[in-house]
Design a binder for this molecule. Structure first.
Ligand SMILES: O=C(O)COP(=O)(O)O
Ligand SMILES: [Mg+2]
Length: 219
């Protein structure tokens, strides 16, 4: 039987890899430089999804206020710290590697469109041996646009040589980008969701990676 998709694209933070612990540590490193109290991982999770700069702005806003000058000063600090501590607590979500293996065996290309900076995305994926198995890795700074624009998904599809595509993500920006790109959107219910899964308007929701290949096979 022919598999109905040639490309399956993934978001990174909160979708392929649970990065909340290391991203929280990076935000808290920046906050500590201002003598501000740390945030919990539960507080930082909903701040993830529009890139690390946005996460820093949200973290500052939640702890006493944010100004452009402070963001300018702390953003490079946050990136530097994060790059040096990128995979201390981060781990691929359960069942991911099996699902990628199954897609590989079906001849499906897997690719990434993330709002994380491309260099950090490649570094993180390489930590888990995942960079080399992706046909494209498009980051938040790769193009002039980021999700919810469909641009990163279009670029990911083009770099993967085209074909029917589905996109898997954990944020409203992923669902919006997939819809704008005209590809089915699949929400992972285990990601960094900031609202109930049913409220995202995704075409499908999975609660474990074991569900991904059977779902796609039926679409
Ligand atoms: O780094 C972020 O805030 C978002 O990254 P993601 O697009 O992979 O979720
Ligand atoms: Mg995400």
């Amino acid at each position: 039987m022919d598999f109905p998709f040639r490309i399956v694209g993934f978001d990174l933070d909160g979708t392929l890899v649970d990065t909340a612990g290391d991203l929280t540590a990076a935000v808290n490193h920046a906050l500590a430089l201002l003598d501000r109290a740390p945030l919990s991982e539960a507080e930082v999770r909903p701040m993830i999804g529009l890139g690390a700069r946005h996460m820093l702005e949200q973290g500052l806003a939640a702890t006493g206020g944010v100004s452009e000058g402070v963001v300018e000063r702390l953003y490079p600090e946050l990136l530097r710290y994060y790059g040096q501590h990128i995979a201390v607590r981060s781990r691929p979500f359960p069942g991911l590697i099996d699902a990628l293996d199954r897609l590989d065996a079906l001849g499906v290309r897997t690719a990434v469109a993330t709002n994380k900076a491309e260099g950090l995305a490649r570094q993180l994926l390489a930590e888990f041996g995942l960079a080399d198995r992706m046909s494209a890795i498009v980051g938040g700074d790769t193009l002039g646009v980021r999700k919810p624009s469909p641009g990163p998904i279009h670029a990911m599809i083009e770099q993967s040589d085209g074909g029917r595509t589905a996109f898997v993500g954990d944020s409203i920006y992923d669902v919006m980008a997939a819809k704008a790109a005209g590809v089915p959107s699949i929400l992972v219910g285990f990601g960094f969701l900031d609202r109930p899964a049913a409220d995202f308007g995704a075409d499908h929701v999975i609660d474990h990676y074991d569900e991904l290949v059977p779902l796609l096979a039926g679409l």
